[in-house]
Design a protein around this ligand. Structure first.
Ligand SMILES: Nc1ncnc2c1ncn2[C@@H]1O[C@H](COP(=O)(O)OP(=O)(O)O)[C@@H](O)[C@H]1O
Ligand SMILES: [Mg+2]
Length: 261
């Protein structure tokens, strides 16, 4: 693979391309550019897909699209629309999308806390020796009525174990967290090989109802703020310390996400 000096990559299609194949690939939902045919095929196969702007962030423009008996619908923000045909669905989605480049990704039926979807952010940074290390994991619960967990969209931050224990039990929760950390490291190693100048990654991982973890996206400019909302200060301190190791200083005036109880 060609070595790059890049420190950030914004295309989600390019980034998920790096994660394909091998043991890691089994934990990455199928991700392809949006087209009429691909949407129809993917909806036919899995019933639910997420549509996202290829270079988007903060959950902006993300749609959850699903197909049921005799209907199609999507949700964007808190707004839901329903259609009788694929034509109606696609036409309306296209109107929302305009000229932006979109991808579709196989939808994950994620775990919920009080009815609200949640997922995790794993922070992965290089240490002084240039090895990837997991420096924090935080749970993010979507704002009521929304389909994205991003803090900027009203998401709430919790300790990962606090969200998983009531669902999976103490031991299984611990194993799952270990599994997500392992996946994050595998993903970071792939990114590190393609982009040797990268020092930090924020990896979004969701867990489905069968307790299988899925990598939703890899952020190359990760925000440390979710970790600043945890009662336990260990992670945020470690993140700041590792960041300093490669010359990064974070702004820790964090307004966006709420803090869970
Ligand atoms: N394939 C998916 N299945 C289920 N939920 C998803 C999926 N993709 C994204 N989401 C939800 O949308 C949020 C934002 O998606 P993400 O790909 O991280 O884009 P962004 O760059 O806008 O954060 C995720 O944190 C998750 O809550
Ligand atoms: Mg994200």
């Amino acid at each position: 693979m060609k070595k790059s000096k890049k420190q950030t990559v914004s295309s989600k299609l390019v980034k998920t391309g790096l994660l394909r194949g091998g043991r890691l690939g089994r934990h990455v939902p199928r991700t392809v550019p949006l087209s009429w045919d691909r949407l129809r095929r993917m909806l036919g196969k899995s019933g639910m897909v997420y549509a996202k702007p290829d270079t988007g962030s903060q959950g902006i423009g993300i749609m959850r699209v699903d197909r049921g008996k005799g209907y199609y619908r999507y949700q964007l923000g808190t707004e839901r629309r329903r259609f009788r045909t694929h034509v109606g669905l696609y036409r309306s989605m296209r109107r929302q999308i305009g000229a932006r480049r979109y991808l579709i990704q196989q939808g994950v039926h994620v775990l919920r806390h009080e009815g609200r979807p949640f997922d995790f952010r794993v922070m992965t940074q290089k240490n002084a020796a240039g090895r990837w290390v997991n420096t924090g994991i935080a749970g993010r619960v979507a704002h009521p009525g929304k389909i994205v967990s991003n803090g900027s969209q009203g998401g709430t931050i919790y300790e990962a174990a606090r969200l998983l224990r009531p669902i999976a039990g103490r031991a299984r929760a611990a194993r799952l967290i270990g599994g997500m950390r392992g996946l994050a490291l595998l993903a970071a190693e792939r990114f590190g090989r393609a982009y040797p100048a990268m020092n930090e990654l924020g990896i979004d991982i969701a867990v489905d109802r069968g307790l299988k973890p899925w990598i939703l996206e890899v952020n190359t400019r990760p925000d440390p703020c979710p970790f600043a909302k945890l009662d336990d200060r260990t992670a945020i301190r470690r993140i700041v310390r590792y960041g300093r190791g490669y010359g990064r200083r974070y702004c820790l005036r964090c307004g966006k996400a709420k803090k869970g109880q």
